[in-house]
Design a protein around this ligand. Structure first.
Ligand code: NAD
Length: 256
């Protein structure tokens, strides 16, 4: 088991799905976790799960699209705990549509959360991590951040942006001691995917179709993504920076 003992980690969007699983595994590995989410009830649920397994954490109410709120949270966190050791930019939203069915407002909303949100949070927390000379930033990209995805135009554009954001940050700060990587999951069974399924006329058929896009024929569980985040957060990944790690049941391995 990788250890995060003595480390402070912030996980955005950790009131649900993948972020909740990451917060839980980080707390189990010994980190003090800031469970940050727009959804206070979701964050409280994650905190309760963490506490019931004997670890501790705290909840933080945060809208990542609010630049001033991100800066205020960073100032408060730095005063209380110093620089973060681990920042996970996980909060994100989805959207089904082609160019023809995506409005400008849809596109702006996806961009504001998925791209500008990660920018706001990283801009607030990275300088202290650089000054401390250590840290790991983990961004949630997607298979759709490496390849095009049918009927997901705005989403795939924002996830390609996150892959690029990761690579540029990693290069710009490669000698600072701060490492920056992203995770590129295939489909993961979370409320996010359930919401997408509900948009189809036949959700069960859509579930089978979405499962079959992975070469191994199933979707991931959130803990299978959290395990990779734990590795990237830990000192065991000390030579890994700028990587986009596929966790996709073989989806991007080739044609099948
Ligand atoms: N589920 C998948 O199949 C899948 C696959 C690849 C990548 N991802 C990415 O993983 C991340 C998490 O996805 P998930 O499936 O766990 O989603 P989810 O919907 O289950 O959870 C997302 C969380 O983010 C929070 N959030 C949304 N907007 C926010 C904001 N402005 N500020 C703060 N918090 C906000 C929500 O309240 C929610 O708790 C996303 O970035 C998503 O794009 C998901």
């Amino acid at each position: 088991m990788f250890s995060l003992k003595g480390k402070t980690a912030l996980v955005t969007g950790s009131g649900s799905g993948i972020g909740a699983a990451i917060a839980e595994v980080f707390a189990k590995a010994g980190a003090h976790v800031l469970v940050a989410d727009l959804d206070a009830a979701g964050a409280a649920r994650t905190l309760a799960i963490i506490r019931s397994s004997g670890s501790d954490a705290e909840t933080v109410s945060l809208d990542i699209t609010d630049e001033a709120a991100c800066a205020a949270l960073a100032a408060k966190t730095h005063a209380a705990r110093g620089a973060l050791d681990v920042l996970v930019n996980n909060a994100g939203i989805g959207h089904v549509g082609t160019l023809l069915t995506t409005t400008g407002a849809d596109f702006d909303r996806l961009y504001a959360v998925n791209v500008r949100g990660a920018f706001n949070v990283t801009k607030a927390f990275l300088p202290a991590m650089i000054s401390a000379g250590r840290g790991s930033v983990i961004n949630l990209s997607s298979t759709a951040g490496l390849e095009g995805l049918k009927d997901r135009l705005a989403y795939a554009v924002t996830k390609h942006a996150i892959t690029g954001f990761t690579r540029c940050l990693a290069l710009d700060h490669a000698t600072s001691g701060v490492r920056v990587n992203c995770l590129c999951p295939g489909r993961v069974e979370t409320p996010f995917v359930k919401a997408r399924l509900a948009e189809y006329p036949d959700p069960e058929a859509a579930y089978r179709e979405m499962s079959s896009t992975q070469a191994n024929g199933r979707m991931a569980k959130p803990h299978e993504i959290a395990a990779a985040a734990l590795y990237l957060a830990s000192d065991e990944s000390s030579f890994v920076t700028g990587s986009a790690l596929s966790i996709d049941g073989g989806w991007t391995a080739g044609m099948f």
